[in-house]
Write a protein that binds this ligand. Sequence first.
Ligand SMILES: NC(=O)c1ccc[n+]([C@@H]2O[C@H](COP(=O)([O-])OP(=O)(O)OC[C@H]3O[C@@H](n4cnc5c(N)ncnc54)[C@H](O)[C@@H]3O)[C@@H](O)[C@H]2O)c1
Ligand SMILES: [Zn+2]
Length: 334
Amino acid sequence: MRVLVTGGAGFIGSHVVTALGEHGHEAVVFDVRDDPGADVRDPAAVRHALAGVDAVCHQAAMVGLGDGVADAAEYVSHNDLGTAVLLAAMAEAGVRRLVLAGSMVVYGEGRYECRRHGVVRPGPRAVTDLDAGRFEPPCPVCGAALAPGLVGEDAPADPRNVYATTKLTQEHLAAAWARCTGGSAVSLRYHNVYGPGMPRDTPYAGVASFFRSALARGEAPRVFEDGRQRRDFVHVRDVAAANVAALEASSPAGVLTAYNTGSGDPHTVGEMARALATAHGGPEPVVTGEYRLGDVRHITADSSRLRDGLGWKPEVSFEEGMAEFARAGMRRGV
Ligand SMILES: NC(=O)c1ccc[n+]([C@@H]2O[C@H](COP(=O)([O-])OP(=O)(O)OC[C@H]3O[C@@H](n4cnc5c(N)ncnc54)[C@H](O)[C@@H]3O)[C@@H](O)[C@H]2O)c1
Ligand SMILES: [Zn+2]
C-alpha cells in the first residue's frame, strides 16, 4: 500500500513511517517541517501529493494546550482547515481510506461514578477549588467524592480547550467525508503518547516530555496538582502499530469508527515522574500544587474495541517504556 503520512516528520508520524516500512508499505511523508511547500492547507500541494496514493494517515496538526485562546485561529487553521482541504482533495482523487490521529481530549473529564448517582459528568473544575488544592471534581449532583473509571468510545464529547475542539472537529469533518464519498474513516483516539523522538523543551509536548527535559537539565520534574491525576501512557511504537493495523483493516464504509488507543494500564502523573527520575538516576520529582486551567483530572481509556476489532495489543509495558524513555534521545521542539 502507498500511504500518504501527513505530519510524517513529527514525533508520532515518523514512527508511523518506520512501522509502515517494516510492514512492506510505502510511506510518502507530507510535512511542512521537512518541506515548507508541504502544507495540508495548500490544495495544490495536497492534490499533487495524493497521486498514486491508496490511503492517508493524517497526523499533521498543531498540538499542545497552547495559549488559551490567543492562538485559536492558528489551531483551527492547521487542524480543521487543513483537514478540510485534505478531505476535499481525497474526494477528488478517489482516495477512500483515512486513518486520523484522534485524541482522548475529545472526552474532557474521563468517566466518573458517584455511589448514589451512578455515572455522572463533572463540569470544568472551579478556580476556587483548584486554588484551595481541591483537585478531585465532586459529584455535580450531591458533591460527594467520585470514583474514576475507564472511558469508552461512546462517552459524550466534551472538549475543554481550543486544541480539543479542533481535534473533535477533525472527526466530524472526517465523518462527513466518509458519508459523502463512501470512504472509510478511522479515528485513533490516542491517550498520552510518549517515547523516543518526543520533542523536548516545548510547551506543546506532553507531560512526559516536560519531565524528561527537566531531568536532562539536571532539574527535578515538577509535578502539578497533587500528582495523583491518572493518565494512560501509551508507547509511540504501539501507537504506530495501531496506525498500521487500522490502515490494513477493511473498516466500515461511509462512517467514522473511533478507537481509544491506550495501554489499558493507567498510572498517575506522579508515578510516571518517579519512574522516569529513578531510571534517569535522579533528581527526585517535586509535587508543586500548581495547575493548568485546561487540564482534566483523570482520563484513562478502555481500549478493548481496538484490541478486539483490529487485533492490536500494546507490546511495551509502562516499566520498560519509561526506563527506555529516560535514556532515549529527544529532539528539538519547534
Ligand atoms: N503526542 C500525543 O500524546 C498525542 C495525543 C493525542 C493525539 N495526538 C495527535 O497526534 C498527531 C501527531 O502529534 P505529535 O505528538 O507527533 O506532534 P508533532 O508536533 O511532533 O507532529 C505533528 C507534525 O505535523 C506537522 N504539521 C503541523 N501543521 C501542518 C500543516 N499545516 N501541514 C503539514 N504538516 C503540518 C508538524 O510539522 C509536525 O511535524 C497530531 O494530530 C496530534 O493531535 C498526539
Ligand atoms: Zn452524587
